[in-house]
Design a protein around this ligand. Structure first.
Ligand SMILES: [Cu+2]
Length: 148
C-alpha cells in the first residue's frame, strides 16, 4: 500500500481541483509500460503506454498534458494518422498506445528529452480524474519486449 500512496495523493488533489464529487473510481484506471523513444526531431516526440481499466464502467481519456510541450492523442489509419479528442477505455479493458498504432504526440517541445530522463505526463480521464505518469525516455529505436 505504501507504494501507491503518492498516486492517491495526486488523484485526490485532482478531484478536489475539479470539484468532482465522484467516489474513488480513480483506482480503477492505471497506466503501465509508458515510454518515449528519444526523439530525433527538436520539436516533436511520440509516447506510448497502456491504460488498464479494472472497473465495470467505461472511462474516456479526454486530454493529455505535459510540461515539455503540447500533447495530442492520435490514432493511425492506414499510413496516416489523425487526432482523436476522446479515446474510450472500455470497462474491464485496455486502451493501448503502441508503435504503429495509437500514440501520444508531443509538439512544440520546450526541451528535447534525452535517453535516461523522465517526462511527466498527465492523463485526464472523464471518470477517474488525472493520472500522472513519469514516462522514461528510451533509445530512439527502443521497442518493448512485450510489444506488438
Ligand atoms: Cu501522430
Amino acid at each position: 500500500m505504501r507504494r501507491l500512496a503518492p498516486v492517491t495523493v495526486v488523484l485526490t488533489a485532482a478531484l478536489v481541483l475539479a470539484g468532482c464529487g465522484s467516489e474513488d473510481s480513480a483506482a480503477d484506471v492505471s497506466v503501465s509500460g509508458a515510454y518515449m523513444p528519444q526523439p530525433v526531431s527538436d520539436s516533436m516526440a511520440a509516447g506510448f503506454l497502456t491504460v488498464t481499466n479494472k472497473g465495470g464502467t467505461k472511462d474516456e481519456l479526454t486530454s493529455v498534458t505535459s510540461d515539455v510541450g503540447e500533447v495530442t492523442a492520435h490514432e493511425t489509419v492506414g499510413s496516416s494518422m489523425r487526432e482523436v479528442k476522446e479515446f474510450d477505455v472500455p470497462a474491464h479493458g485496455q486502451l493501448v498506445f503502441n508503435s504503429g498504432g495509437n500514440h501520444l504526440m508531443f509538439e512544440k517541445l520546450k526541451r528535447k528529452p534525452k535517453q535516461g530522463e523522465k517526462v511527466t505526463v498527465r492523463l485526464h480521464f472523464a471518470e477517474s480524474g488525472t493520472v500522472t505518469v513519469e514516462m522514461p525516455v528510451k533509445s530512439a529505436t527502443y521497442t518493448p519486449k512485450t510489444g506488438h
